[in-house]
Design a protein around this ligand. Structure first.
Ligand SMILES: [Zn+2]
Length: 168
């Protein structure tokens, strides 16, 4: 395997892709590589790409092999930014109001540091956010809701929209 490219990279899927996503990505990549779709004079590089694709699929389609492979990657510390170590609901994170009333959230990491994200990082068009630990390469997925229901629970208030609470 080329250093820096994982089996996930070969298939073009994230490391937390579902089996269905992996299957779909494999089929799509396979179609794109199929000899019938290639212009005459296909290079050896393409045959090579097919082999890499096939071997990636052999591992990632199998839950046990995939888990073993994930462990290898994790131990090698090799896939920075791809490993989702946890999923945490925003409501379960600790809220902090910093200077300028910026609201941020933190969650402890097993390395002793923390995952930190700001309220302003939360997008209205998504319902989760990947946050990297400040002390190591682990990534956590923060789950949140963007509708009004968040107003009734947790520390999520529209603090950034209503700066009248300045009591300094
Ligand atoms: Zn950490």
């Amino acid at each position: 395997m080329t250093r820096g490219e994982t089996l996930y990279g070969v298939l073009g899927v994230p490391a937390d892709a579902s089996p269905a996503d992996i299957r779909a990505a494999y089929k799509e990549a396979l179609l794109a590589l199929h000899p019938d779709k290639q212009a005459p004079g296909t290079s050896a590089t393409e045959a090579d790409a097919f082999l890499r694709l096939h071997s990636a699929w052999q591992v990632l389609k199998d839950a046990e092999l995939r888990a073993a492979y994930d462990m290898q990657l994790l131990e090698a510390g090799h896939e920075k930014g791809l490993f989702i170590s946890a999923e945490v609901d925003l409501d379960d994170m600790e809220g902090h109001v910093g200077k300028d009333e910026r609201l941020s959230f933190s969650h402890p990491c097993r390395c002793g540091q923390a995952f930190v994200c700001a309220e302003s990082d939360l997008s209205e068009t998504a319902d989760s956010l990947l946050v990297q630990c400040q002390g190591c390469s682990l990534i956590m997925r923060v789950l949140y809701t963007v509708d009004g229901s968040a107003d009734q629970r947790g520390p999520v208030q529209s603090a950034s929209l209503r700066p009248e609470t300045d009591v300094s």
